[in-house]
Design a binder for this molecule. Structure first.
Ligand code: HEM
Length: 540
């Protein structure tokens, strides 16, 4: 029978056969594939109760709305206004539920963290680029719990207090570098951030930005810019597509392997050279040495996993911190009033004869407010944070399916006009009275009292929050104590130049290159900076 069908098929006129093979057959395969992989109201009636949201295109859903990271935040704000605090979009076959109020985040990501703490499957970002070893993309499960425990052991509040001398030292170099080479402020902030986290993990200082290791770590993060955003790669949006030949979807596997081949040797190189130093008895005391000696194999971790565990912490702690410090300088240039008020506070509390230190933090509410405002106006990425459900759930009459990507929509939450007046303006004053550290607001019982959600939520919340906040406080208070920050003066015309406010294209919120003028406030402060760095250098 099959034979006679095939014979009849080949008896068709050529044009009919061509249409059949090039149009009808692929369309039929695509439809079968789509309906097999994508639940609809026909297969699951609970889907009538999905949260409200914009109608997307057939098959693609809202893919084209969300494929470009630069415009997602405006779209999300618009949809939040139109559809409310919990809304739904679809990208290809994947469900996306956007949590756009602190209450929804508390109710779901915090209170139901057992269900809401996974990550969506990402064949490119997670399986190929990261070989399934990167904590940030790991689905929730036994392996994730092991790596999370290790990062917590490194970064918990008690351990983080112990890293203050490292931050203090690096901050002194930062001031010295800004004093003598203010034009390269962008790289000085990057050096500071990389040096702190590489010292903590591997016991290696980065004394100069012209350092291969630091640059390669930043290159790893820059690669991430090109693949981590939802919609960036079709296969991460619609993971079942991985069964098709990769050329149909931008040669994603080849691209992913290239990224892995770039990243893995850096992390393995760090890990293996530490192993050699440990064997030779020459390794400095550091977290990774302790971790290596604790016999991670018994936790089921192979060498690549160990290397990614430590390297992943380095990457997570570098660009996030330096982007925040560089954003601070950008907003300082744009808001001279903020600089003036910050300097006034630091001068009143600290005076001009010494530089700020940890002990001053409680007395510097305006500086603390600047940090919160910075993370409100520029959270870590342009999209929001992706969690994923591991069970079906219901929330206020709405159905949230298992496997849905649940977005912490920080643009919606932190730019909500009902809560933050003039949300596009940089106004630290709005945070006066928010006296707790960000880590304490993460656990606050009344969600509407939370300062911001820039460190994430639930069991995935940023484990580096204490280290990050310590870095931001120390450096921002010291920079304001030491320097005036203003627009660059054009050498020819003498006119003040507006700084570039654009962000680097891609997933993360990294300020693009911009110019500013950083000048020491007076000779006395200059002497103090010189002196403190001379003293610090003796300790090295
Ligand atoms: C201003 C600086 C920082 C910001 C704004 C920030 C923000 C975030 C956010 C939003 C997440 C995802 C949370 C979620 O999924 O709900 C995250 C994850 C993470 N952060 Fe940070 N972070 C910063 C600095 C750091 C530092 C300094 C470290 C380490 C020293 C670090 C280590 C990590 C790690 C390991 C993860 C992955 C957590 C997981 O998936 O289990 N971060 N961070």
């Amino acid at each position: 029978m099959a034979n006679s069908f095939l014979m009849r098929l080949f008896e068709l006129p050529t044009w009919q056969l061509t249409v059949l093979l090039t149009v009808v057959l692929p369309t039929a395969i695509f439809l079968c594939f789509y309906f097999y992989n994508t639940p609809t109201v026909l297969t699951d009636r609970r889907r009538w109760h999905l949260p409200p949201g914009p109608r997307g295109l057939p098959f693609f859903g809202n893919f084209f709305d969300l494929a470009y990271p630069e415009t997602i935040r405006e779209k999300c704000l618009h949809w939040q206004k139109k559809y409310g605090d919990v809304f739904y979009t679809k990208i290809g076959g994947a469900d996306y539920v956007w949590l756009s109020s602190p209450k929804a985040v508390k109710d779901l990501m915090d209170k139901k963290s057992a269900i809401y703490s996974s990550r969506p499957p990402v064949p490119l970002a997670g399986d190929t680029v990261s070989a399934g070893r990167r904590q940030l993309f790991m689905p929730y499960g036994p392996r994730y719990r092991v790596v999370r425990k290790i990062s917590h052991a490194l970064l918990n509040i008690t351990q983080s207090t112990g890293y203050r001398p490292v931050q203090n030292l690096e901050s002194k170099q930062l001031l010295f570098d800004l004093l003598h080479d203010p034009e390269h402020f962008y790289d000085h902030n990057r050096r500071y951030s990389a040096s702190v986290i590489i010292t903590i993990t591997y016991g290696q200082r980065i004394s100069n930005w012209d350092n291969e290791l630091a640059r390669s770590v930043y290159k790893v993060v820059n690669n991430m810019q090109n693949y981590a955003s939802p919609g960036a790669w079709m296969v991460d949006t619609f993971p079942s597509l991985q069964v098709f030949p990769e050329w149909m979807f931008g040669n994603w596997r080849t691209f992913g392997r290239k990224c892995h081949e770039h990243d893995a040797p850096i992390y393995l190189g760090l890990w293996n050279s530490l192993r050699k130093e440990v064997e030779d008895g020459k390794a400095k005391d550091c977290f990774c040495k302790e971790f290596m000696e604790s016999d991670p194999e018994k936790l089921g971790m192979d060498t690549l996993q160990c290397a990614y565990q430590c390297g992943g912490l380095v990457e997570a702690g570098s660009e996030t911190t330096s982007a925040a410090l560089n954003s601070f300088l950008l907003f300082a240039v744009l808001n001279p009033e903020v600089v003036r008020k910050g300097q006034e506070e630091v001068d009143r509390v600290v005076g001009k004869d010494r530089y700020p230190s940890w002990e001053d933090e409680e007395e510097l509410p305006y500086i603390r407010a600047i940090i919160k405002e910075l993370l409100r106006i520029r959270p870590a990425n342009k999209v929001g944070m992706q969690h994923c459900t591991v069970e079906d759930d219901w929330y206020e009459g709405m159905f949230i399916p298992k496997g849905a990507t649940v977005m912490l929509n920080w643009w919606g939450i932190q730019y909500d006009e009902n809560r933050w007046s003039s949300p596009y303006d940089f106004k630290p004053e709005r945070y006066l009275g928010y006296d707790l550290p960000a880590a304490s607001y993460i656990n606050i019982s009344d969600p509407n009292k939370r300062d911001h959600v820039a460190y994430g939520a639930g069991r995935r919340v940023c484990p580096g929050v204490h280290v990050a906040e310590n870095s931001l406080f120390l450096n921002i208070s010291r920079i304001l104590w030491a320097f005036d920050i203003g627009k660059k003066t054009n050498a020819g015309s003498g006119a003040r130049q507006e700084p570039n406010e654009e962000m680097v294209p891609g997933w993360l919120c990294i300020p693009g290159p911009f110019e500013c003028e950083i000048t020491v406030r007076d000779q006395d402060r200059m002497k103090i900076i010189e002196e403190m760095w001379r003293e610090a250098e003796k300790e090295l």
